[in-house]
Write a protein that binds this ligand. Structure first.
Ligand SMILES: Cc1cc2nc3c(=O)[nH]c(=O)nc-3n(C[C@H](O)[C@H](O)[C@H](O)COP(=O)(O)O)c2cc1C
Length: 253
């Protein structure tokens, strides 16, 4: 008969229920071996067509970490987290592998952007679930897109590699643990068989009511997604970065 395991593995389902983005970390490294577990969890993610169209750059150089934090809207949690990764889509390695066997590279920018983003995101989210299951806090950093082109140069990224977002992992400062944030009502996001377009006023009101906790949710999504918001400002940066990294989609007839 098998001996009972000497440890109890926490369930990742609890980690899902407890997930919140953590922005306050203790100045403590991860316990020995935990980073390996987290990276291995990332590596086990599925990958489209076995392409492994991702790379992660772990930032251990404190001066570089500081410069990246400044380029990412000066977010202090990037400096404070025990670990910080820049998550990239990557078709550079794949292209080399194809050409090494005398194949002619046949992938355009659109495929690279979509499949590379999904591959990288599955790896990153596996790491988040693993880290949170082990009791650590995590925070994605989309503000990488404020300066994608400069960050690509800082990290020496070749053509075909594009930074998508950062990922902080660290020991949670429990005195500053944020509350759980709400999610949109399930029926607005999950459909059966067919999409129902055109949300009713009642559904839109329900969305705002559910999502507005301390302040009206429009203050948040308006600042990001309305005219003049953060996302509009990121658009030209992304266009520059896609060109610089040779990932700009060509016109297809
Ligand atoms: C792709 C992505 C980018 C994000 N970028 C940032 C960021 O730059 N800074 C930050 O503090 N949080 C960032 N977040 C965290 C979100 O703000 C957070 O997930 C959202 O408000 C929901 O809160 P919760 O994760 O605590 O449930 C990001 C999340 C994702 C998925």
């Amino acid at each position: 008969m098998n001996e009972p395991l000497p440890v109890t593995f926490p369930s990742p389902l609890t980690a899902f229920a407890e997930h919140r983005s953590v922005r306050f970390f203790q100045a403590t490294p991860l316990a020995p071996g935990d980073l390996d577990l987290i990276v291995e969890a990332g590596r086990r993610a599925p990958t489209d067509a076995q392409g492994h169209m991702y790379s992660l750059v772990r930032i251990t150089d404190a001066a570089l970490r500081d410069r990246l934090a400044t380029l990412c809207a000066d977010q202090q949690h990037i400096r404070d987290a025990a670990e910080f990764f820049v998550v990239c889509l990557d078709v550079h390695r794949l292209r080399q592998l194809v050409e090494y066997r005398d194949g002619e590279w046949g992938m355009g920018g659109r495929i690279a952007l979509i499949y590379g983003t999904s591959d990288a995101t599955m790896v990153a989210q596996n790491m988040v679930v693993a880290a949170e299951t082990l009791g650590y806090g995590t925070c994605y950093i989309g503000a990488v897109q404020n300066n994608t082109d400069r960050i690509a140069r800082e990290l020496n990224l070749p053509a075909g590699v594009l930074p998508l977002y950062g990922l902080c992992i660290g020991v949670i400062d429990r005195e500053k643990l944020p509350p759980l944030r709400p999610r949109l009502p399930r029926e607005l996001c999950f459909f059966e068989n067919r999409y129902t377009a055109g949300y009713t006023d009642a559904e839109l009101e329900l969305a705002y009511e559910t999502m507005s906790v301390k302040r009206d949710w429009y203050q948040s999504i308006g600042a990001y997604f309305a005219r003049g918001g953060t996302m509009e400002k990121r658009e030209p940066v992304m266009a520059r970065a896609w060109r610089q990294q040779h990932l700009e989609p060509e016109t297809v007839e």
